[in-house]
Each structure stands twice: as C-alpha cells, then as structure tokens.
Design a binder for this molecule. Structure first.
Ligand SMILES: [Zn+2]
Length: 187
C-alpha cells in the first residue's frame, strides 16, 4: 500500500502570546493554504529566524496557534545559521535549540524550541490496520525518484483519528531522494 509523501519546508509554530508580540496585540493568523492534516494551515504571516551566525527571512508560520513555540528547520538550515538542533518529534522540545524570532512588531527570544523534525507518517486508525502498523512504531519507507531512490529508516508512525495519512519529510530528506511524492513501508 502506497501513501502520500509531503515535503515540509522550514516553518514555525507559535503561541498566541508570541504571535501578538511579533505582530501586535490581538493579532490573528490568516489562512494562505489548508494543509493535508485537518485543521492545519500555512498562514500568510512570515518571521525571521535568527541564529548566532546568520538568519533565515520569510519563514512561514503554520496555524493554528499552539501551546508552545516550535521552529522546524532542516539540518542544513540549522547548521547554516549556527544553531545546534536535535532530531525530535513535534512537541518534544525540552532542551532543544535556541533562536530569536523577529516579526514586524517585535522579537521573541526562544531558549528552546528549535528542532529538526523526526521523519514521521501521520496515519488514520483505518490505514494503520491496512498498513499493519501501530502508534510509535518505527518503520522503513522506500521512496524517491529514479537514480536517487532510497529507504528511510527511523520513520515514526503516529496514529490519530484526526489525521490524514501522509508522510512528512524535510527539504534535506526530499532533496536526497530527488523529491518523493509517494512511499511504501518495507520490512
Ligand atoms: Zn507531520
């Protein structure tokens, strides 16, 4: 059974409080594009992620707001701006990388929150059964284009009824396999 593989470009999740510091009191994110996961969207709002060596401008904020700030960079991005960012699952940010976020109305120093997202597959309970996988299981996925096809190990399965089935990789991973659009679990 094949499933959708999507490439997540660098992005930021923010709390409502951080959003208001960056964009002004009472500010609300505006929807640019709905994402594959129900309720999630790419916003029109952009911030600059500042590291010790360099900065990345125009980084998209994904909505809706969350209860913690989180910056998801590729390993190449993190290295280029001088941030040491661990590979983590979304939400697991304790002791992760630090950076500064700059918006049009203010700045926020994050003492943690910068991660390189662990590659993962969002799976509905129905598809988990079809794929023969369970939540938190680690699998291998074959994907990619001719000449650079590869098998990703260390892919974590996340099963939730409010997910749509899709694998997420970052731009480093996507470039390494010349851009994957579908994948298949291999055993
Ligand atoms: Zn994801």
């Amino acid at each position: 059974m094949k499933f959708l593989v999507e490439t997540s470009a660098r992005h930021v999740h923010v709390t409502q409080q951080t959003l208001e510091t960056l964009f002004g009191a009472g500010y609300q994110l505006t929807v640019k594009k709905e994402l594959s996961q129900p309720g999630q969207f790419a916003s029109n709002e952009r911030v600059t992620v500042v590291g010790p060596k360099k900065e990345l401008a125009n980084v998209s904020i994904l909505g809706p707001c969350r209860n913690a700030d989180q910056v998801e960079l590729s390993a190449t991005d993190a290295r280029s701006i001088g941030i040491v960012a661990p590979v983590r699952e979304s939400g697991d940010i304790a002791g992760s990388g630090a950076c500064k976020l700059v918006g049009p109305c203010g700045e926020v120093e994050l003492t943690e929150g910068v991660i390189v997202a662990k590659r993962h597959i969002h799976v509905t309970p129905e598809d988990a059964e079809k794929l023969g996988v369970s939540d938190k299981e680690i699998v291998k996925v074959a994907c990619g284009k001719e000449g650079r096809k590869l098998i990703f190990d260390d892919v974590v399965i996340r099963v939730r009824s409010d997910f749509a089935t899709a694998m997420h990789i970052d731009t480093d991973e996507s470039n390494a396999c010349l851009g994957a659009t579908e994948g298949e679990i291999v055993r």
